[in-house]
Design a protein around this ligand. Structure first.
Ligand SMILES: Nc1ncnc2c1ncn2[C@@H]1O[C@H](COP(=O)(O)OP(=O)(O)O)[C@@H](O)[C@H]1O
Ligand SMILES: N[C@@H](CC(=O)OP(=O)(O)O)C(=O)O
Length: 471
């Protein structure tokens, strides 16, 4: 049994869904038991969230406008995908019920002028409920028996709306109980990615981009033999192909390498996807739905791509660097603990940490949108340190980017950092802060956002990642 997940671009319109059907048909010939996981059509999650946020400001017209786009995109695709009138009518009626719920909840939000997290999560996951029905209808009209399944009856989570944490044991039970009979009956379940529900059935979401994670969770629950992520890139590449024209596909990398790459900006995979798969040793494949004949990338416990050092360079932009500084910080215990406790209490995610060895400067990276909130939380939490003069400043530098060089072959090999930083200096790009984990498979550093692309290209070139052609 395999899980095949299709991202927003791969279900973005009728033509893309036809391509999905062709892929599933070909895979079905190789494997009888398949589970399909789908994201919302590209742009739909943003449309839904932006409209409800505007509604919460009292702009009810935003709901009407978004509702019209939602309806047009899905009904137009349905029209092209299902020729049988009765079948189309039945699916259209299901979709209409969701459009109606969106309008009613949206109007309610505008009326009360507030967007409760619970309502936000329900709205955020509507796109997946719609696309799952479209995809199942398209598969059925091609003679591939399918049924749309809402994951709020499969993936059981806590109630952290917007970033819900799955209960893997409860999920395995629910998923096996509901999906195995469908698979036994020769059906293809088409499961909504991104969404789950609390044990009492309140819908949640797994975090933006979380449909990949859904595929990983379902893969582990069903003990799949493989999880395949269909996206719009050929696989994990030596760099983002939008930044480096001669980036190459990596044919086989390890879970650890893929985890680092995903965490540090390779958007082809949500960083949490591998977590449920690793303990079970289930391999994951990334493949391009625009070029299904390509070999893609295999991700497993071992690494097949032999490469002596750096394998891939990634970057994340739109970040801010916060620095807590003061000459009096030297030898004062607990400043780091108080700093990060305050950051955690503000609900802010830290992407990288670096401390100068003289201990008078501690810096870390957060998303740009969290910068001001983090700064004020720190000024408040460190008020005693300010008072005693051991902390003198909390500074924000933005926009900055993290650039990361990743490769299992970097471990224990001297001279890699020197080659990375001489390439970056020649780019030219100025390195603001550096971090290396003790796993030694990743060196990350901070540059001004405007210099990130040049730094990525310079490392890619220095390590001959384009020319060599890995794998
Ligand atoms: N190292 C990398 N390897 C491959 N793709 C990358 C890498 N870094 C960034 N990307 C980008 O990630 C994009 C895929 O992410 P996304 O559009 O979110 O996919 P989907 O909608 O299918 O979930 C690719 O188009 C590619 O430009
Ligand atoms: N639709 C959701 C979940 C998702 O994973 O989408 P995609 O696979 O298109 O990145 C989002 O936009 O966050």
């Amino acid at each position: 049994m395999q899980i095949h997940k299709f991202g927003g671009t791969s279900v973005g319109n009728a033509e893309r869904i036809q391509q999905l059907v062709a892929i599933v048909e070909a895979e079905r010939k190789r494997k009888t038991r398949l589970v399909v996981v789908v994201s919302a059509m590209s742009g739909i999650t943003n449309l839904l969230l932006e409209a409800t946020q505007q509604a919460a400001q009292g702009e009810v017209a935003a709901i009407t406008a978004a509702g019209a786009t939602l309806r047009a995109r899905h009904l137009e695709a349905l029209e092209q995908l299902v020729s049988d009138g009765a079948a189309r009518y039945a699916v259209a009626a299901e979709l209409e019920a969701f459009f109606d719920r969106f309008a009613r909840i949206g109007e309610g939000i505008a009326l009360v002028g507030e967007l409760p997290p619970r309502a936000q999560d329900f709205i955020a996951g509507l796109g997946e409920r719609l696309s799952a029905r479209l995809v199942a209808a398209a598969l059925n009209s091609r003679g591939l028996a399918s049924v749309a399944c809402d994951a709020d009856r499969l993936i059981i989570t806590d109630d952290t709306f917007g970033a819900a944490v799955p209960d893997l044991a409860a999920t395995a039970l629910a998923t096996r109980e509901r999906l195995l009979p469908l698979l036994d009956a020769g059906q293809i379940p088409v499961v909504t990615g991104f969404i789950g529900a609390t044990p009492d059935g309140v819908p949640t979401t797994l975090g933006r981009g979380g449909s990949d994670y859904s595929a990983g969770i379902l893969g582990a629950a069903l003990e799949a033999e493989a999880v395949v992520i269909w996206t719009d890139a050929d696989g994990f590449m030596t760099a983002d192909p939008r930044l480096v024209a001669d980036a190459q596909v990596l044919s086989h990398i390890s879970y650890a390498e893929a985890g680092e790459l995903a965490y540090y900006g390779a958007k082809v995979l949500h960083p949490k996807t591998l977590l449920p798969l690793i303990p079970k040793g289930i391999p994951l494949y990334i493949k391009n739905s625009f070029r299904p004949e390509g070999t893609g990338t295999k991700v497993s416990a071992t690494t097949g791509d032999w490469h002596a050092d750096v394998k891939s360079v990634t970057s994340i932009t739109g970040l801010a660097l916060l620095t807590v500084a003061g000459r009096g910080m030297l030898g004062v215990p607990g400043i780091a603990a108080r700093t990060f406790a305050a950051v955690a209490a503000a609900g802010v995610n830290v992407l990288l940490i670096s401390q100068s060895s003289s201990e008078n400067n501690l810096c870390f990276m957060v998303e740009g949108r969290d910068a001001e909130r983090t700064r004020s939380a720190l000024v408040k939490a460190l008020s005693l340190e300010f008072h005693h003069g051991c902390v003198e400043r909390v500074e924000v530098l933005t926009p900055v980017a993290i650039v990361s060089a990743v490769g299992a072959g970097m471990r224990g090999r001297p001279g890699i950092a020197a080659r990375i930083f001489s390439a970056v200096a020649a780019a030219p790009a100025n390195v603001i802060a550096i971090a290396q984990g003790s796993s030694e498979i990743n060196i990350s550093f901070v540059v001004a956002e405007s210099e990130a692309a040049a730094a990525v290209s310079a490392i890619h070139e220095r390590f001959e990642l384009g020319a060599k052609g890995l794998g």
